[in-house]
Design a protein around this ligand. Structure first.
Ligand SMILES: NC(=O)c1ccc[n+]([C@@H]2O[C@H](COP(=O)([O-])OP(=O)(O)OC[C@H]3O[C@@H](n4cnc5c(N)ncnc54)[C@H](OP(=O)(O)O)[C@@H]3O)[C@@H](O)[C@H]2O)c1
Length: 248
């Protein structure tokens, strides 16, 4: 199957018409906004995440999507049963564990690796029979790969490994294209859970420190995800969408 190569600014509304776009982590934040934009561009959208209720709400919010309940930390080989072809797979599921090492149990540490590395690898492998030569896979890293914090060492290591995995899979799975997005701070429900009442203050402080002088919105990452899906000449790339946060 051939895909067109066209940049996001000139992509016509129907660009993804008839294409199947599967988003693991599609019921909230970055994944949900990507689903919305993919659907607006004509795609058939499949949402995968753990909570059936969140999936149902997300589907209603974007005017309908096929919903699949699964945990990316432990995906079954049959996770994509019933989908006959995947044109674009976006894996953005994940929680943020930002704890001091001394407060992490061994189970917590292994869970991060399952959620960020082993699970996505198993999901990609399960998708292989229904991916095709013009398909793309987009994984999710984070600014932590370049700018570790004083907490969350296992997260920093895991997302760095995602970037390495991206390059390796781009070679091993060629001609399927494999890329990753490394978001900076994006105002999504993830931050509500992480920061609670402090969120507004932290976002304002972060924005004032960033070269872009704003924090990201889900739309910024969704636009990048659709760009990686639609540009046929990009593979093995990590796209940093972080307002310049790596440099300050
Ligand atoms: N927001 C940021 O500032 C930021 C920065 C850097 C990187 N990221 C990364 O970007 C990704 C998306 O973040 P977001 O801000 O959009 O978060 P979000 O709003 O919390 O959305 C996360 C989505 O992933 C699903 N999910 C979480 N854990 C899952 C699991 N184990 N299996 C299947 N689905 C799972 C959630 O649904 P259920 O809970 O129902 O499963 C939800 O649909 C995450 O990997 C996050 O670490 C975010």
């Amino acid at each position: 199957m051939q895909t067109q190569s066209i940049n996001a600014a000139t992509r016509p509304d129907h660009f993804f018409k008839g294409q199947n776009i599967v988003i693991i982590g599609g019921s909230s934040g970055i994944g949900l906004e990507t689903a919305r934009q993919a659907k607006e561009a004509g795609g058939n959208v499949f949402l995968i995440s753990r909570s059936p209720q969140r999936l149902q709400d997300a589907s209603e919010a974007i005017g309908g999507a096929i919903q699949i309940v699964a945990d990316i930390a432990n995906p079954r080989p049959t996770i994509f049963a019933g989908i006959e072809r995947i044109d674009h797979l976006f894996i953005t599921a994940g929680t943020a564990r930002l704890q001091p090492l001394t407060e992490e149990s061994e189970t917590d540490l292994r869970q991060v690796i399952n959620e960020r590395l082993i699970g996505p690898l198993l999901a990609v492998r399960a998708a292989l029979p229904i991916l095709h030569s013009a398909s793309s896979v987009t994984l999710t890293s984070a600014q932590l790969s370049s700018r570790p914090l004083n907490v969350g060492a296992i997260m920093a290591a895991a997302v760095s490994a995602v970037e390495s995995l991206t390059r390796a899979l781009a070679i091993e799975l060629s001609p399927i294209r494999v890329n990753a997005i490394a978001p900076g701070m994006i105002d999504t429900p993830l931050l509500d859970a992480l920061m609670g009442d402090e969120k507004r203050k932290v976002l304002e402080q972060t924005a004032s420190n960033l070269p872009a002088k704003v924090v990201g919105r889900p739309e910024d990452i969704a636009q990048a995800a659709l760009f990686l899906m639609s540009n046929r000449f990009i593979t093995g790339e990590v796209l940093h969408v972080d307002g310049g946060g790596r440099w300050v």
